[in-house]
Design a protein around this ligand. Structure first.
Ligand SMILES: O=C1O[C@H](COP(=O)(O)O)[C@@H](O)[C@H](O)[C@H]1O
Length: 219
């Protein structure tokens, strides 16, 4: 892994465009060198950030991207909790991603079968694995989630963490503490880049090395 980069922005307004630039630049690099580009998406607050900022990237071409979900809630696509449903409305309809380049779960299946089915869909493309979750501490409890080896096989992993409520857990993940390491602290791409893009409120308790890029700086 090349070294972890913790990059702090004054607020999500500055973080969002840098995240979109990071995603689009890594896609362009992969595709222009004859490779493929697969983007694994999380949900939560990331949906609105990417929904706003990715379509604003000049000349963005997503026609060859493959999009999957690092973590998906086991609810129908029409449910307001569905990560796929949210991205469909807020992002996919605004960019030129073909429907068959988006790998979604089959939410009609029970959680274990759904995870196995999704692992099958991904393995056609990536040979990687997915786990069923039935006790997510944040509702809804049932999830279909990429495993640590899958995440660590990525060329580039980006955590996005914004808001003061994330400060204590961010400190624990990035700077350690008592007890076993949290799962996010175990993410270390074997041959790839690792970014933590955070805003000032989330970074408030951090003391380790951080970057504070100027406006428009490229990651
Ligand atoms: O439930 C979920 O939450 C996490 C974090 O969301 P945030 O709103 O705190 O950013 C998200 O990464 C995950 O994909 C989603 O299912």
């Amino acid at each position: 892994m090349s070294g972890r980069r913790v990059v702090v922005f004054p607020s999500v307004a500055e973080l969002g465009p840098s995240l979109a630039q990071l995603v689009s630049s890594r896609a362009e690099k992969a595709l222009s060198t004859g490779g493929s580009f697969s983007l694994g998406l999380s949900g939560g607050s990331l949906v609105s950030i990417l929904g706003k900022e990715l379509p604003a990237v000049p000349s963005l071409d997503c026609s060859k991207w493959l999009i999957g979900f690092c973590d998906e809630r086991l609810v129908p696509f029409s449910d307001p909790e569905s990560t796929y449903g949210l991205y469909k409305n807020q992002l996919f309809e605004k960019i030129n991603i073909p429907e068959d380049r988006i790998l979604a779960i089959d939410p009609s299946l029970p959680v274990k079968e759904c995870a196995d089915d999704y692992a099958g869909k991904l393995s056609k493309e990536t040979q990687r694995t997915v786990a069923p979750i039935s006790d997510s501490p944040k509702p809804p409890p049932q999830r279909v989630t990429m495993t640590l080896p899958t995440v660590n096989a990525a060329q580039c992993v980006v955590f996005v963490s914004t808001g003061g409520s994330k400060a204590p857990v961010l400190k624990q993940v990035l700077e350690g503490g008592e007890g076993p390491a949290l799962p996010a602290a175990l993410v270390a791409p074997r041959q790839g880049e690792l970014f933590w893009l955070v805003d000032e409120p989330a970074a408030a308790s951090l003391t380790s090395q951080m970057e504070r890029p100027g406006p428009g700086a490229k990651l």
